[in-house]
Design a protein around this ligand. Structure first.
Ligand SMILES: [Fe+2]
Length: 319
């Protein structure tokens, strides 16, 4: 009898351990195989145009982190042209492997024939290194140290998009025509690795343009503040992956940059709602942060945070 009792005492924690491990494996399997490939198209109406203007369809893509073998990701990107966007904006981290440029450009395919704008993210320059994937959950606001010369073909990537006519907005300004709109565009390179040079583009945005668009990879509040102060209407960023691992009823755990948790993905204003905007300043710009299409190859999972692209329909303001 004593042996049997001992046996039961021993089996209970073992069974608990076993079922916990099985549940963990099931969640990881879901996050890495199912949700990571369960792409979502988010749709938003953004009231940024002058009254009477014709709406513009803007496709925002970000953070594809493309590596070989991601066929579902490639075919989903390829399918986005069917949305017939008037303008495509890519906010960076498109690749994560030396051989990813050609497949990424091929996946963009006919989207490259449309007006477009791009900036780089750090992962377009530096191949991700192996790291503990759980580290993703506590590396909030960490800046990556510079790692010497870039080891990814970022210049080929940029040349491919620029050759198609897309505007390179890395610390640059430009003017594009999309739909019926004359759009002033300014962008910065990735703040996350200290490559942003807002001073190079600082200037009051042209009030005569139909739309003033600010583009960046990482939505750092100090850069967003400067775009807002310069009179931009719409700001687009990526980088956060929406947290990549979220909790039900709580949302994003970390943003991996200076933006607050509640604006790690989706459409918001900047400064955030509730901020007392100073009298005399222009109205607050809209901010869309993409949760991104991919993941680092060393943290290949998404949980309650599906990979996404966004179709922003720019519509007239109420007044
Ligand atoms: Fe990213």
């Amino acid at each position: 009898m004593a042996v049997t009792a001992w046996h039961h005492e021993w089996m209970r924690p073992r069974a608990l351990l076993g079922s916990t491990a099985a549940a963990g494996a099931a969640v990881f399997g879901y996050a890495s195989v199912v949700e990571r490939n369960w792409f979502a198209l988010r749709r938003y109406d953004v009231p940024v145009l002058r009254p009477g203007a014709r709406p513009l369809r803007l496709l925002h893509i970000s953070d594809a982190h493309l590596t070989p073998g991601r066929h579902r990701l490639l075919s989903w990107i390829r399918s986005l042209d069917a949305l017939q966007p008037d303008l495509v904006v890519n906010t960076g981290d498109s690749i994560a492997h030396p051989d990813a440029v050609e497949p990424f450009l091929e996946a963009l395919g006919p989207l490259l024939d449309r007006p477009g704008v791009f900036v780089y993210g750090s992962n377009d320059l530096y191949e991700p290194k192996p790291r503990n994937p759980v580290r993703y959950l506590w590396r909030d606001s960490e800046l990556h140290p510079r790692r010497g010369l870039p080891d990814l073909p970022w210049a080929e990537l940029g040349a491919g998009m620029a050759a198609a006519g897309w505007l390179d907005a890395n610390n640059r300004r430009g003017r594009i025509k999309a739909g019926e709109l004359d759009i002033e565009v300014a962008g910065v390179h990735d703040s996350h690795i200290g490559y942003d040079r807002y001073d190079d583009i600082a200037r009051q945005a042209d009030p005569a343009a139909d739309l003033r668009l600010g583009v960046m990879h990482s939505p750092e509040p100090e850069i967003l503040d400067r775009f807002a102060a310069d009179g931009y209407d719409l700001l687009l960023a990526g980088h956060t992956h929406g947290g990549q691992v979220c909790l039900p009823w709580y949302g994003t755990l970390v943003t991996n940059c200076g933006i607050d948790r509640t604006r790690a993905r989706g459409l918001h204003r900047h400064p955030a709602d509730g901020y007392l905007w100073r009298p005399g300043e222009a109205s607050r710009p809209w901010l869309h942060v993409s949760a991104g299409l991919g993941t680092s190859p060393w943290a290949p999972f998404r949980l309650f945070c599906r990979p996404e692209a966004a179709l922003l329909t720019l519509v007239p303001r109420a007044n």
